[in-house]
Design a protein around this ligand. Sequence first.
Ligand code: TXD
Length: 319
Amino acid sequence: MARKKISLIGGGQIGGVLAQLIAQKELGDVVLFDIVEDMPQGKTLDIVEGSRVDQTDIKLSGTNSYADIAGSDLVIVTAGLPRKPGMSRDDLLTTNANIMKSVAENVKEYAPNSIVIIISNPLDAMVTLFQKVSGFPHNRVLGQAGVLDSSRFSTFIAWELGVSVKDVNAMVLGGHGDTMVPLIRYANVNGVPVMELLEQKHGDNAKEVMDAMVNRTKLAGGEVVKLLKTGSAFYSPATSAIAMAEAILKEDNRLMPTCAYCKGEYGLDGYYLGVPAVLGANGVERIIELKLNEEETAALEVSTNAVKSLIEAMSNLGF
Ligand code: TXD
């Protein structure tokens, strides 16, 4: 089988960890692109010089020229500014929309057959814009947010219940903002409902404990930004995007919360939103529609409306 080619647009904090993870997992050869001169060359040289120790052998190169991404199977985009303390993801809209437009034009020109995973914020708007500018089929343009938000939720559940995080399954849907929707009813520890376990431990206070975890999940990105002071989370966003990349490159058909294009699913027509999707050879193979109850439907609607107004704000800015 031919070696896969993976291009990373943006060689900052997340881009660097993506490159290292791809190398360690030998998912394919890596081209790391950034507009900053020499930096992506330096990062990839640094990573490749550790490959003897890691016992891995792939090609890694850094570049400031889009021509080098030609023939990519997969492109992962992190280009754009991260948040500073006190900023919301939406505050990044104008700056990152300008960057995303140029990225989409270049990926369209140089890697027209690639599948593209967007990570840059505000996520739902950036995925929408990339698809619009590139004109790529919707199944080949998707965004990473839900895998990370779900992993954060799972982590808090594991800590609370004193069980291994490996056994926790919890999913977060909706937009990648403070209105995201952690699905309490579906959360389980190897099949055992989390609420049942919380009731055993906390009795009548179980709901309060769950609400606190849901809240922490929604604000988890900001919690890290506040502590780091100079940027936003980068290890866990990278690891999450790599899980999606692996599902696509290995054609695994894995079910993951994905920012995917809805054509009527969840009552949403013509918008990108975080929904459960099967990821495989074609990118988004299909969206899975869950039977949400009234409360969940209402929460998702709030999130959907937030995404819609973000897209409207972007279009009012001329994008
Ligand atoms: O889960 C998620 N989706 C996210 C998203 C979780 C955390 C952070 N998330 C967002 O990812 C964050 O808000 C940012 O918008 C992106 C990238 O975050 P990162 O922490 O990697 O930011 P850096 O370190 O500032 O890196 C951005 C790089 C930097 O090296 C710039 O020089 C480069 O982007 N950049 C560009 N690259 C290519 N082309 C253009 N035009 C360009 N402009 C800047």
